[in-house]
Design a protein around this ligand. Structure first.
Ligand SMILES: CC(C)(COP(=O)(O)OP(=O)(O)OC[C@H]1O[C@@H](n2cnc3c(N)ncnc32)[C@H](O)[C@@H]1OP(=O)(O)O)[C@@H](O)C(=O)NCCC(=O)NCCS
Length: 188
């Protein structure tokens, strides 16, 4: 565990290495995620498995976990070129705490980590307005998944993927084709 940001108004944001959440923290984060996504895109166990595979960003207010995000390394291909990407999963603020700047503060810490550690940030979301304000861009090219039997287009994901350029990003054209590697659950 490492504390990555102190913050005004008592918000504390910690980065927790993969495998280092306590059972109590895991239960609290799962409760938060299931309630935050209930009305839009309900969480599944495979969504949680994707989040649990990454590094954890945990925001606490007075000892209570109020927001969460995860970053896992994935290889994405832009126009056939592999890019070491920090893939952001399961960004959520507890419903009673939303629209008070907590999500913005948490993503500030996540984005700084992506900038330092990866050649691109990426995520899939329906909440483009929230991320666009933070410098994220909507991917405009066609998306596909690379499976052992070849590449399959993922048209349902087109317009859903966003990217964040980092200090080490190669030149990236957001209208180019983008691919990820097949995984269980949602590919993107
Ligand atoms: C999306 C979410 C993470 C945003 O966190 P938050 O703490 O509520 O957002 P903030 O208070 O930091 O928002 C700051 C600003 O972004 C705006 N904003 C928040 N959500 C937005 C959205 N979906 N679209 C456009 N703008 C948004 C706010 O109006 C606010 O703008 P302002 O400062 O000009 O008033 C949070 O609402 C949430 O958990 N939603 C449910 C789960 C979800 O959809 N997660 C993201 C998908 S991966």
């Amino acid at each position: 565990m490492s504390t990555v940001a102190g913050a005004g108004s008592g918000l504390r944001i910690r980065r927790v290495a993969n495998g280092h959440l306590t059972a109590e923290e895991t239960a609290s984060i799962r409760g938060l995620l299931w309630s935050a996504f209930a009305d839009t895109d309900p969480m599944t166990e495979s969504d949680w498995a994707h989040a649990a595979a990454g590094e954890h960003f945990v925001a606490e207010l007075d000892g209570e976990i109020v927001a969460y995000a995860s970053v896992a390394e994935r290889e994405l291909y832009v126009d056939e070129r592999p890019i070491r990407t920090g893939y952001v999963e399961a960004v959520a603020v507890a419903p009673a705490r939303q629209r008070r700047g907590i999500g913005t503060r948490l993503m500030g810490v996540v984005d700084a980590h992506l900038d330092e550690s990866f050649d691109l940030g990426a995520l899939g979301t329906g909440e483009h307005g929230f991320y666009r304000r933070l410098g994220w861009e909507t991917w405009q090219g066609k998306s596909s998944v690379r499976a052992p039997d070849g590449r399959r287009p993922t048209p349902d994901e087109d317009g859903y993927i966003m990217v964040l350029r980092t200090r080490s990003s190669p030149s990236v054209d957001v209208t180019a084709p983008i691919d990820c590697i097949l995984r269980s659950g949602d590919a993107w």
